[in-house]
Design a protein around this ligand. Sequence first.
Ligand SMILES: [Cu+2]
Length: 648
Amino acid sequence: MTISAKATPQTLGDSIVAHPLDPLTAEEIAKASAILKMERRLGPRVRFETVVLRESEKAEVNGFRAGDAVRREAFLVVLDNDEAATYEAVVALDTGQVVSWKHVPGVQPRVMFDEFVECEAAVRADSRFQEAIKKRGITDPSLVMVDPWSAGNFGFDDEEGKRLVLCRNFARSSPNDNGYARPIEGVTAVVDLNSMEVIRVDDYGLVPLPPDDGNYAAEFVDKFRDDLKPLDITQPDGPSFRVDGWSVEWQKWHLRVGFTPREGLVIHTVGYEDQGRVRPVLYRAALSDMVVPYGDPGKDHYRKNAFDAGEYGIGSLTNSLTLGCDCLGEIYYFDAALNTGNGEAFTIPNAVCMHEEDYGILWKHTDWRIGKTEVRRSRRLVISSVATVGNYEYGFFWYFYQDGTIQMEIKLTGIINTAAVEEGEIPKYGTIVAPQLNAHIHQHFFNFRMDMCVDGDNNSVYEVNTVAAPPGPDNPHNNAFYAEKTLLSTEHEAQRVVDPMSGRYWVVSNASTPNALGQPVSYKLMPGENILPFAHPEASIIKRAGFMTKHLWVTPYQRDEISATGPYPNQHPGGAGLPEYTKDNRNVENTDVVVWYTLGYHHVPCPEDWPISPVAYCGFSLKPVGFFDTNPVLDVPPNDQCDPSCHG
Ligand SMILES: [Cu+2]
């Protein structure tokens, strides 16, 4: 593990590159695109889906020392709209050369932001669409909100090979309206994104617009509650973390922050300082993909599911965060440099927020015999970003605790997706959340890829279940129960689901560096709330998002196995990603393992979700179990503000 806090920075363009894992700078993005445009003579009909850092081989990263020359390569994906063809390229930024150029047949890159904008304009201008909305009393198409949905893959011959989106539409009386309050039920425009033409407008029949406007913005609230007193978070001496470029040190933690347009926030090279060295835990962690399958079988609602990372690029949809609103206190922000559709760079200022939070008590004990209490306060480092994907907001919060715990918490908010129903209709596959407004039942599945390195690369994964001992001579009082550890030695053995009733968790262990008690040093993956998909195994979405069917997957590290859904989930027929990676049932014992955790959040909507959902939470933790020899936070000092009487 390399920590580059004292690296001598290298200048590339106007920005500083100090480490091989630093995300591409805006200058590097523009340069990579310019090189590719020139070398491959790319015309104006070519869109840039991806311009990202091609991360160096792990050995090169681990061997990197501060001040070493940093080799930089960009990975690009472009779509030629005229040829309907996708190409991958690698550009060496140091030499200015295209080092690889490859046509990738039969795939669709994700839907790009520029395409959203152009697509909305094309739908509004289409005469068949204007006719369909006129039937519903809507005369101004410029006020219609057009939401392009990825088309999925349902094996329809006329869709084969076409780059399609399904546009679902909503009526507004002003641009400030809640766009999701009045679905134009039953009208779907199907758009070919290569030609940017509306190829048809489906009309499933008239349903009236729901009556209420569902407005929630401050200007629509008549009276705010008036009993909130100020709550200020101040750190007069500043925060306790140190930042150098993308490198962060805080309370024995060493890590790097990264960012990509597809995954959003990435955490690299996480280690914890212990016994005079930085002990590695995680080489790389990020959301690998996610999908939101909906449960309504009617009209074209059965096609509603969105791979928000793989199909839309959740990183490129990240919010620019605001101090005092999104984040309170002493905040450090990272900006994200990303590519536009024409390969230029743009920056999302304040894309990643980092700060410290008081997190209640860390540990405590009162010895009543001597009237003495020892208590310490817990603090956590929070590194987060929030993305807006159509109607929904997703916050991704990585927490680092002083005791070695790492936690991922997802915050789900925003506006639920809606459909209109006839007055008095009680829908089976949804909930009425406002008059004539139906919110369909759905699920949010996330998969996090965690390239583990618990005290080094030679790791093994075990499942731990707690077992009740059977009655008998060993258990004469019938009280016995114990934790049973089972090695998961192959990819197929390591495809597992949660079992809260057995207290199930999984541990990633390194037997080559036992702790002082002789136990293999380990981290456990502690699941939180979880669920499995309800779609039938034959459903298109189960084939396309096979990762949902297991909560745990383990693979041996392969540089290009990055996404649970494979590199091109958009309109993919299925089978890619984890099901394909694990086909050969490779060994995952005592090797460099990647742990993939699937997390399902089940959403049966309720009226309180409307017109905007208060944050719902879900997540998981990585906790040290025998990684340390003892409680690692005995050295956290008592709080300055602690009343002396507390200590007896
Ligand atoms: Cu939901």
